[in-house]
Design a protein around this ligand. Structure first.
Ligand code: BGC
Length: 762
């Protein structure tokens, strides 16, 4: 007995001791870490100071200059091998001291380079940097927007709008990890991603580059990506610095066209457009790229208030503010804000731009040197910018001259491709499923029609192999289009009537004739790939040719499943209303075809949710977090599908919503619990979304706002209890005096069909 007790107490002691040891280890690791992080920062600061003190004005301004690859590349119609002209390289790096290079070699079709070619190119560039007086490495930047865009056979994920639809932060984290690894395996060092703009203007041709219309969702997905991409220390061989784009207010052009004015008041800016950048800075992203357009009449590159007062003063950002493409000279050529190119450089640098993406010459370099020599730009501002650039180069480990990350095990691994497929599956939204038309039986006879059924480009969008992503023949042959993936899975007859308003005319008669021999029509509509200004449109309506095809398909009387692919919510109302099933695919990436087929046939149970409001009509662009006035009297939020909409092949029920307390003090957190049950026949994943409403406030508040979400996987009949913590920040808003406040009063918490309340006390 005593022995037994002794044994128990000894076991307890050992357990306790172990716990203590673990605690001590954790504490010492933590404190060791922070000490060493501090030491590293101090060491970097000293190195930067010492380097700066040795630099000439020309060397400093060179660091602030970023040029395109064409400035160093061999001029060739087909520079597929990424050949570098040694004379041009020396001119850029040794004579003009260029601090950064970007982009892929220009060829008529902008073909992506192999991973080996990229490694060779970057080595050549860094060898030139090593021959400079102070041996300051060049930082090579690239738009690895949904994976390593310009490296052949890289893992290309669903675009951000789809990643947001997964409501799965872990997938965004993994995308960040995999992208960083593939960028680094390609020798590249800086990723111009992630886009932290909020997608509240559906016409905007870069909507799909955003994580959707909601601030909380975009914050969680964007910061998870950054953490995956950078880890704790982005000097690691498989990590790289990210870039927050496009600071700030770029995504809300009044007329919907890219690079046109936004009119965003400061309250709106602080409520909707600034918080994601603030979170990105907190998550440790060391660079931001500046808004290419203008807000409230001030071009992004001239906005001292945004770039310096807010970004540095309030957000505490210490890194590099890089211009967007040619946007400093555009203050003169486009905006007529500067009277000369020189004045444009002065305005941008003094507003707070540290590095100019010039990108084709050394005009910025020459003009800025003149401006410093004439005293119009103080040396202190140059030193500030260059210190930031050198600091990030140190933090990124560029001075450490480590060997490149091996390709083997880090590039296009089977595991990464599987993660990509999972991300694609979770990003696809089943919007309508009348009479369980889906999943299809494997032996069903299917007529596939429409312009997006047999192309990979329409599932990937811009920033895929090429800038616009539209060069279909460059896509990897082994990846499957929707049609090919269906053909692979089907045990029935699959007939394809191709064409569409893009690439080929639609044979409507053939669709009508063929339909008679099939059980169901899969109508694959949407958009061709695009990005930036080339994607501008006049209307969200689908083109007439696609509408005609849809009408012909529906007129056959056969059940129609509508699949949409593309970056924007094009108006599909009349088609969707008459179709039996609707799948919103957006841009699911390189594994999209297989993921869509998995869902069509029920090999995967869909769980994507809309990260935007899907408009019913072209002008119905009210977001889900509309103000009371937008649903007052005759006004209504009446989308085709609301934000958060998405069906499953099983059913879920949330119940028992509770807040931990009826009353809290200002500054306190409050916990919320809710049960979620799988009430249907299949295992599935469900994203549980927690909304709040501030019942009465001194500034009008949205009818609801998402403040937390969790995705769970449940077997049939299984229930899980979820808990969420709402913080004072979640309850806050931008008050009358433009400061963030929490006002005492009543709040509602809403999950599923339930609402509970609590009060914040005075
Ligand atoms: C885009 C940026 C991009 C840059 C470099 C610009 O046109 O607006 O998003 O990072 O080009 O390619």
């Amino acid at each position: 007995m005593r022995k037994q007790n002794l044994k128990q107490s000894t076991a307890k002691n050992i357990k306790l001791q172990t716990k203590h040891i673990i605690l001590i280890v954790i504490l010492s690791v933590m404190s060791g870490r922070s000490v060493s992080a501090q030491e590293t920062n101090k060491a970097i600061e000293n190195k930067v100071k010492s380097l700066l003190s040795q630099m000439t004005l020309e060397e400093k301004v060179g660091q602030m200059t970023q040029v395109d690859f064409t400035v160093i590349g061999v001029y060739k119609q087909q520079n597929a091998e990424g050949q570098i002209d040694p004379v041009k390289l020396d001119d850029a790096v040794l004579k003009h001291h260029a601090g950064s290079i970007l982009n892929a070699p220009f060829t008529p079709d902008n073909k992506a380079q192999s991973v080996e070619t990229w490694r060779k190119m970057i080595r050549t560039v860094q060898d030139a940097a090593a021959r400079t007086r102070l041996k300051i490495p060049v930082i090579y930047g690239i738009d690895a927007i949904h994976g390593a865009t310009y490296t052949q056979n890289s893992v290309l994920f669903p675009q951000a709008i789809n990643m947001a639809a997964t409501f799965n932060a872990e997938l965004a984290f993994k995308e960040g990890e995999i992208t960083a690894r593939e960028v680094r395996a390609s020798g590249l060092q800086w990723n111009f991603s992630t886009v932290m703009d909020i997608g509240r203007q559906p016409l905007w041709p870069r909507l799909w580059e955003t994580f959707g219309e909601d601030v909380h969702l975009a914050t969680v997905m964007g910061t998870s990506y950054i953490k995956g991409h950078q880890g704790d220390d982005f000097s690691a061989a498989d990590k790289a610095p990210t870039c927050l784009k496009h600071y700030v207010g770029y995504s809300y052009p009044l007329n919907g066209k890219d690079r046109t004015p936004a009119w965003i008041g400061e309250r709106m800016l602080r409520e909707y457009f600034l918080p994601t950048f603030e979170a990105g800075v907190k998550a440790g992203s060391p660079t931001v790229m500046v808004n290419s357009a203008e807000v409230d009449g001030i071009p992004g590159h001239a906005n001292h208030h945004y770039l310096t007062t807010i970004l540095r003063g309030e957000l505490g950002f210490k890194g590099i503010a890089v211009s967007d493409w040619a946007d400093i000279e555009r203050l003169y050529t486009r905006d007529k804000m500067a009277a000369s190119p020189k004045e444009a450089v002065k305005i941008a640098v003094m507003a707070g731009v540290d590095m100019s993406m010039v990108p084709f010459d050394f005009s910025f370099y020459d003009l800025l040197i003149d401006l410093v020599k004439s005293g119009e730009v103080p040396m202190s501002r140059i030193d500030e910018a260059v210190s930031r650039i050198l600091t990030v180069k140190h933090q990124a480990g560029l001075f450490d001259s480590k060997p490149l990350l091996p390709v083997e095990g880090n590039f296009a691994t089977a595991e990464a491709i599987e993660t990509n497929r999972q991300a694609a599956r979770e990003s696809i939204i089943l919007a309508k499923n009348d009479h369980n038309i889906l999943p299809l039986k494997k032996d069903a006879s299917i007529l596939v029609a429409g312009p997006t059924a047999n192309l990979l480009s329409v599932m990937n969008g811009g920033w895929t192999i090429t800038w616009q992503g539209a060069t279909e023949y460059l896509y990897p042959q082994e990846k499957l289009t929707v049609l090919e993936a269906i053909q692979e899975k089907s045990a029935g007859k699959v007939t394809y009537v191709g064409g569409g308003s893009f690439y080929a005319p639609i044979d409507i008669q053939k669709v009508a004739d063929e339909a008679q021999n099939h059980d169901v029509i899969l109508l694959s509509l949407g958009e061709h790939p695009y990005t930036e200004t080339l994607g501008n449109i006049e209307s969200l309506n689908l083109d007439q040719a696609q509408v005609d095809l849809a009408n012909a398909a529906i007129a056959t009387g056969k059940p129609v499943v509508l699949l949409t692919l593309g970056g924007r919510p094009r108006i599909i109302t009349s088609i969707a209303e008459r179709a039996s099933g609707v799948i919103l695919g957006f841009l699911p990436g390189m594994e999209g075809g297989e993921a869509i087929a998995d869902i069509l046939y029920g090999d995967y149970n869909p769980n994507g949710r809309l990260p935007i409001t899907y408009p019913r009509n072209t002008n119905g662009i009210t977001p889900y977090d509309y103000k009371p006035i937008e649903s007052f009297e005759l006004n209504r939020y009446n989308p085709l599908y609301p934000f958060g909409h998405g069906l499953s092949y099983t059913t879920f029920e949330t119940s028992g919503l509770k807040v931990e307390k009826d009353k809290i003090n200002q500054g306190e957190n409050i916990n919320v619990t809710v049960n979620v049950k799988n009430t249907g026949p299949l295992t599935g994943k469900e994203a549980v979304l927690v909304y709040i409403n501030d019942v009465a406030a001194s500034v009008t508040r949205p009818n609801k706002q998402l403040k937390a979400f969790k995705k769970v996987e449940l077997n049939p009949g299984q229930t899980e209890s979820l808990s969420f913590t709402l913080t004072p920040h979640d309850l806050s808003f931008i008050g009358v005096d433009l400061k963030r406040i929490v006002e005492p009063g009543d709040f509602k918490v809403m999950v599923g069909n339930e609402t509970v309340g609590f009060t914040v006390m005075k």
